[in-house]
Design a protein around this ligand. Structure first.
Ligand SMILES: Nc1ncnc2c1ncn2[C@@H]1O[C@H](COP(=O)(O)OP(=O)(O)OP(=O)(O)O)[C@@H](O)[C@H]1O
Length: 262
């Protein structure tokens, strides 16, 4: 018997495929007939002004909301009816706009809990040994997100930027294959933004991610492909360069409405 996640035989193809996904809230179509795919290892951005439907789209991918119609495929498997936990088992992770960190625990303990949360046997009341697999994984994550020097610091004492770094570390627990980042640069200083870009660029090559980000400079710098949404619908898809040069995108997001207003 193996502990491999379901669908882990998947080697190539798409990490994510959205097929004509819609979601309504009453009469409002928050997302309307959205289709695109993210290849294995690809870095992807979903852009759009406030209310464009980006967060609703993330919720449909994670299973926090079910779509009203359409299909969501993860690693070639139709997961449309699956609850969030089943999608996590298949290698999907997500960060949120608002922090879900335990503020009164240390950085190391937050990572430890994230690792335990995505592995079996997490309901153990025994304090694990130093060489416990979860402790080792937490230490590796600390290193990866460059917070080893703050391992024993309480989260409440971290800067905003360090907390966002830690959230990325939490999402990396348990060897994910696809991460959804929800506005990771929100509220960061210029120096912290640079650090974030470096961190995103240093993520393992096999890992796919989709980023929602109001800061165009960051989003277009850390992805290979972009989908722009407007009023719940897909406005266009393209490379960062094509999106930057698209007059429709410029008119909507960089014109008088000012992209990045929040
Ligand atoms: N649970 C809900 N109930 C009712 N309406 C909702 C719900 N969630 C989202 N909406 C509506 O759906 C539309 C899309 O919202 P969504 O949060 O997905 O947009 P967004 O692109 O993520 O915006 P922002 O950039 O401001 O986070 C909005 O009009 C919003 O008011």
């Amino acid at each position: 018997m193996t502990n491999s996640p379901p669908g882990s035989g998947f080697q190539s193809g798409n990490a994510l495929e959205l097929q004509r996904v819609s979601r309504s809230f009453g009469a409002l179509k928050a997302i309307d007939d959205v289709s695109f795919s993210v290849a294995a290892g690809q870095r992807y951005a979903v852009l759009g002004s406030n209310g464009a439907g980006k967060t609703t789209l993330f919720n449909a991918i994670t299973g926090d909301f079910f779509p009203s119609s359409g299909r969501v495929l993860l690693f070639g498997e139709d997961v449309t009816p699956f609850p969030p936990q089943e999608r996590i088992r298949r290698g999907l992770r997500r960060t949120y706009q608002s922090s879900l960190l335990f503020r009164d625990l240390t950085v190391r303990d937050n990572l430890f809990l994230a690792v335990r949360g995505v592995t079996r046997g997490r309901f153990s009341f025994l304090r694990p040994a130093h060489d416990d697999a979860s402790n080792v994984s937490a230490a590796q994550l600390l290193d990866h997100i460059r917070l080893s020097h703050l391992a024993d610091t309480m989260v409440s004492e971290l800067s905003h930027g360090q907390q966002r770094q830690l959230e990325i570390g939490m999402a990396l627990a348990g060897s994910p294959r696809l991460i959804l980042f929800d506005e990771p640069a929100a509220g960061l200083s210029p120096a912290e933004r640079k650090e974030l870009v470096a961190l995103l660029r240093a993520l393992p090559q096999h890992l796919s991610y989709v980023i929602i980000e109001h800061d165009l400079e960051i989003a277009l710098n850390v992805v290979e492909r972009v989908t722009v949404m407007h009023n719940g619908r897909v406005l266009c898809h393209g490379t960062p360069r094509e999106i930057e040069e698209n007059p429709q995108v410029q008119a909507i997001y960089m014109g008088e409405h000012g992209y990045g207003q929040h």
